[in-house]
Design a binder for this molecule. Sequence first.
Ligand SMILES: Cc1cc2nc3c(=O)[nH]c(=O)nc-3n(C[C@H](O)[C@H](O)[C@H](O)COP(=O)(O)OP(=O)(O)OC[C@H]3O[C@@H](n4cnc5c(N)ncnc54)[C@H](O)[C@@H]3O)c2cc1C
Length: 332
Amino acid sequence: MGGSTGPVWVFAEQSDGSVLPVSLELTGQARKLADELGTSLEVIFLGDAVRENTQILFNAGADKVYLGEHPDLKFYQSERYMQIIVKLAQEHQPEIFLLGSTATGKELAPLVAAKLKTGLTAHCIDLTLDQEKRLEQIIPAYGGLISIVCPEKRPQMATIAKGVFLKPDTSEPKQGELVLLEIGNEQDQRIELLNVVYEETEGVPLESAAVVVAGGAGAKDLEGWQQIVDLADEMGAALGSTRPPVDEGWVELDRMIGQSGKMVAPELYIGVGLSGELQHMVGITGAKLMVAVNSEPKAPVFEQVDYGIVDDCREFLPVLIENIKAYKADKA
Ligand SMILES: Cc1cc2nc3c(=O)[nH]c(=O)nc-3n(C[C@H](O)[C@H](O)[C@H](O)COP(=O)(O)OP(=O)(O)OC[C@H]3O[C@@H](n4cnc5c(N)ncnc54)[C@H](O)[C@@H]3O)c2cc1C
């Protein structure tokens, strides 16, 4: 393993020491890329006393894990993490480097890319190799999907959201090489992260929801948005959104579905007052049954869903909610 092509790298992010699902998903996809390139798959794992959690990375396909342990690394520290990774990358010259499109990854990836003077494609929705074995980084843009390659600089870097790739089977114990990094005390950091406080998410979590009700700009105002919230509540569904309701301040960013938001895979997705822009729709490709409500019969969303309802959502939603209430009362 490991010819003239540099290794494929993944940054494995942890929370309370456990590897995040997105990092395992990336490790699974990186395994395929490494095999196609005929090179090794190596994972960087930083934290405090996290050694016992490295096995899952081998099980997911890593040939080698660079493990950095230090009390300072318990939480993500931008400068510290960046410096460790940049030094390693300069020594080992990876061909490809993948990070999760998480709060950490979104900051760490550009810091590392800038230091290594290489490119970075954010929020990819697929990763393949082209005929010249260059990484094709697929993103939605210009009303379709485009493929970005980084022809000269290395590593080829990309961030990818949770749910884009399937989680690999990690049930079978596999072996690999564990490389312990020497992490010294560092006095000279300009930024020190002292604590992390986890926000309580209200309502049903999007990623695991069986039913998702997502609203868009067609809600028009906060009152219209509230109807979408009411529908989600009445159905016991998770609330999702497109970009405009977030920009309007009707809903938090963590409810946005799509390329730069979350990926969802519910049994039922209902999109209300949204046009069907690819940047949103890539987030719901895993949905089993899709329904859209839009007042414009030619809205592109209708070509992408199973059932379409042409109506003004402000007229339609109160009727739908009343009917659901009546149905529930009948069943009770
Ligand atoms: C790099 C990049 C990343 C992005 N990432 C994301 C992302 O992750 N997620 C995301 O969602 N967007 C993302 N966007 C934005 C995306 O391109 C679209 O602008 C956005 O999804 C459009 O949201 P919308 O469908 O709610 O609004 P619009 O496109 O404005 O559509 C509103 C729809 O509402 C309908 N409507 C109007 N009034 C009513 C009514 N009374 N009743 C029913 N229907 C009505 C209209 O017919 C229209 O179809 C991204 C953009 C870029 C450039």
